[in-house]
Design a protein around this ligand. Structure first.
Ligand SMILES: Nc1nc2c(ncn2[C@@H]2O[C@H](COP(=O)(O)OP(=O)(O)OP(=O)(O)O)[C@@H](O)[C@H]2O)c(=O)[nH]1
Ligand SMILES: [Mg+2]
Length: 437
């Protein structure tokens, strides 16, 4: 498979067909998941790279065929639609094996993209910064490489006889893999440098230790709208999947006067390709390093529950388990879209829930005050980051700090030691007493 990336926001043009294969083993059916909505999402993904969708359907797959996923009957029926409607690209909303993809392309005589390649394509079209472009390219190549391995190794296509391209006897697959590997290691080096620079910036920020609050959530849930409403900014927000790709941060003051940094970043989606999660480490570090996560839900979406668990799944893959590492506050957005009955239900649920649930409308501003004061409370009951200088003579306090708190950074001087520590708010006062006595 060749996955050609569209760089710098260019769009594809083309007539397209979108299929959502509904596997009978699909456990989502049991979770009140709407298949129609999932098809709609895939149509919107295809639209996100500028394709014109001329036909879309859910197709029942009882026994997935290893050679083509869908059965012969549907294959032929779709083939005539593809011919009569002049279709250039068929999008299959699932993950295809390289063999399935090639066979479908041969059979239908059009380009075939699966969900993973489609999402990587969208990221490619959205990437604006150098960093974004590199990250997408890395994801695309990693995906391509995994498919080379699976599809070609047993075929070992020998490159035509002369042997001056690559060493004698070198096979096409080895040459391809070598090129891809070289590029992948180059990209990884560049991105490592990006991460190093970012870490330096983060350290500089931590010298004035403002807590970082990161917005996370399903794509199109309203993160950027909320970001704009809270910070008075004007970042791009649009009724479009993956409107945001590059992270943005802004300072903000809570009602108590506490300053925080709010960060908006790329949204998640069901079955987000793991290649993207791995490649976007630099971007996603704003999330993994945050003090609190605000998980923004589009509560008016019929698949809100599935979207929620799929976002938590991605966070898990990033090593963030629900509340164990960092508090995750549930923010239910778009309550302006609910009717009276649904609104009552939501209010009821949030007042009964043990976990904090905050209902808001980022568009109308409803609930934003509560959200900010909740953040205040949350930050006040959480560990505080402090910097102190301790004379060596006070070894008792040093021992106390190691026992009660967490030492993040330590620099030993001749007469004193500089420490950056994390302490529970109740211990902060105790420490101050010790230092003053
Ligand atoms: N009715 C209503 N619409 C909202 C609300 N918040 C956001 N929207 C709309 O939802 C769409 C998506 O909003 P964004 O803020 O771009 O969503 P996002 O989460 O940043 O999306 P990505 O960047 O694509 O991940 C836009 O059309 C917004 O106008 C809300 O509270 N009520
Ligand atoms: Mg956004």
């Amino acid at each position: 498979m060749t996955l050609k990336l569209v760089k710098g926001g260019q769009h594809h043009t083309g007539r397209s067909l979108v299929l959502h294969p509904q596997l009978s083993s699909n456990d989502r059916l049991l979770r009140g998941y709407s298949v129609g909505k999932r098809l709609e999402e895939c149509v919107r993904l295809a639209e996100a790279i500028g394709l014109l969708i001329v036909h879309s359907e859910v197709i029942k797959v009882h026994k997935p065929r290893p050679s083509s996923l869908i059965g012969k009957g549907s294959l032929d029926r779709l083939s005539s639609i593809i011919i009569s409607k002049n279709i250039d690209v068929a999008i299959i909303d699932s993950i295809l094996s390289p063999v399935q993809q090639r066979n479908l392309e041969k059979d239908w005589k059009c380009k075939v993209l699966d969900r993973t390649s489609l999402i990587i394509e969208i990221f490619g079209a959205r990437a604006r910064t150098k960093e974004g472009v590199f990250q997408v390219e890395l994801a695309a190549l990693t995906y391509q490489r995994s498919r080379l391995v699976r599809s070609w190794t047993h075929l070992e296509r020998q490159r035509g006889g002369l042997g001056f391209m690559g060493g004698p006897g070198e096979t096409q697959i080895e040459a391809d893999r070598r090129l891809i590997n070289e590029r992948i290691s180059k990209l990884k080096k560049v991105l490592k440098e990006v991460r190093r620079t970012r870490a330096l910036h983060r350290n500089a920020r931590q010298r004035i230790p403002y807590p970082i609050i990161a917005l996370v959530g399903y794509t199109n849930s309203g993160k950027s709208t909320l970001f704009n409403a809270l910070t008075g900014s004007n970042v791009y927000s649009q009724d479009q999947l993956f409107a945001t790709l590059d992270p943005t941060m802004r300072g903000l003051e809570l009602p108590s006067g506490q300053k925080i940094i709010l960060s908006d970043t790329v949204g998640f989606i069901s079955e987000l390709p793991h290649e993207l999660i791995e490649s976007f480490q630099a971007t996603l570090e704003e999330v993994t390093e945050a003090d609190i996560l605000l998980h923004v839900h589009d509560i008016s979406h019929p698949n809100a529950e599935t979207q929620k668990s799929d976002v938590l799944l991605v966070l898990n893959k990033m090593g963030l388990t629900d509340d164990a590492d960092v508090p995750i506050l549930e923010v239910r957005n778009k309550i302006d879209c609910l009717d009276t009955e649904e609104r009552e239900f939501q209010l009821n649920q949030s007042s009964r829930s043990e976990k904090k649930i905050i209902l808001i409308s980022a568009k109308d501003g409803e609930g934003l005050k509560t959200l900010l004061s909740t953040l205040d409370t949350e930050l006040n009951t959480r560990n505080k980051v402090m910097k102190i200088k301790l004379p060596w003579t006070d070894s008792k306090t040093l021992a106390w700090i190691y026992k009660r708190g967490q030492v993040i950074k330590r620099r030993d001087g001749n007469e004193s030691v500089d420490l950056t520590i994390k302490l529970h708010p109740s211990d902060v006062a105790r420490l101050e007493n010790r230092l003053n006595s």
